[in-house]
Design a protein around this ligand. Structure first.
Ligand code: PAF
Length: 286
């Protein structure tokens, strides 16, 4: 694996590869790589012979009082994971490479509307930071295809909206969430959980699965099911931000005849904020 820490080197390597005819697949990450990221690298390889990953903890997507300073940075372990996954090029920039005029002077990229809902309502400015860094990375890497985990379902949709709005020639692919055997979605933030919280954490997925099952039964309203799920999370010891049933296609509130749904939730356990979601297709049996 070749490692570029500056954009000029990265561009030169990618220019050479593209001149030789290679398609480029790109996986942007914030490091602390786990099996969820590995799934992204494996999918990336299926889409292109040249796989590029980036590791950059983007300050612009963390709000005041969030965990930017504490966010786990594990560069040696990350390099091992990337090598083992067969990633060809790692781009590991510093702030100056990503925000040459400084963080606050940078041009922002913002997808209106959906950025302020669901997680955006509780993390103001978060998705503006995500879209800004992903746009910058897409311009540097110029990938043919980019892969994102569906655990961050809203992020995945917002990136697709941004790419469509700005006419970026990138195919954006979502990859299914990887879970622990007990159902907990893999996340770098799981390492913040104390032992007792780790025992409770899989309840988030269990509550979503229960809600998904209820959606298949006639009668109950979305609002009543969301309220039941919020209650179940509080009873288990979470402080939920939201539980919401939405349409897969655009994360709008579903109409009665919408069939492709997704149930999304964010909830705190102690000082750790967990998110998860579950797609539900009411046209299929389970
Ligand atoms: O999902 C993440 O790890 C980050 O939000 C991303 C897409 C790498 C942008 O910093």
């Amino acid at each position: 694996m070749r490692i570029a820490s500056d954009s000029a080197t990265l561009r030169a390597w990618l220019h050479a590869a593209r001149t030789a005819g290679a398609r480029v697949a790109f996986v942007p990450t914030m490091g602390n790589l786990h099996a969820g990221h590995q799934a992204l690298f494996i999918h990336a390889r299926q889409h292109a012979p040249l796989v590029v990953a980036s590791v950059y903890v983007n300050p612009l997507q963390f709000g005041a009082g969030e965990d930017f300073d504490a966010y786990p940075r594990t560069p040696d372990q990350d390099r091992e994971v990337l090598e083992a996954a067969g990633v060809d090029i790692l781009f590991a920039p510093d702030d100056a490479q990503i925000y040459p005029r400084g963080r606050t002077a940078h041009t922002w990229v913002e997808v209106p509307g959906l950025s302020d809902e669901l997680c955006g309502q509780y993390r103001p400015g978060h998705f503006r930071g995500v879209c800004t860094v992903v746009a910058r990375l897409f311009n540097l890497v110029a990938p043919d295809v980019a892969l994102f985990g569906k655990k961050d379902y809203q992020q995945w949709l917002l990136i697709r909206l941004m790419v469509g709005d700005l006419g970026m020639p990138v195919e954006v692919i979502g990859v299914d969430t990887v879970r622990e055997p007990d159902g907990l979605a893999l996340s770098s933030r799981n390492r913040y959980l104390a032992a007792a919280e780790r025992q409770t954490a899989p309840r988030l997925y269990a509550v979503l699965a229960q809600l998904a099952g209820q959606l298949r039964k006639p009668g109950a309203t979305f609002a009543a099911l969301e309220a039941d799920a919020l209650r179940a999370l509080r009873d288990a010891g979470f402080r939920p931000d939201y539980v919401s049933v939405r349409r897969q296609a655009d994360l709008a509130p579903p109409a009665a005849d919408d069939r492709a749904l997704v149930v999304l939730a964010a909830a705190w356990l102690g000082r750790t904020r967990l998110i998860d979601n579950l797609e539900v297709d009411l046209n299929t049996a389970s």
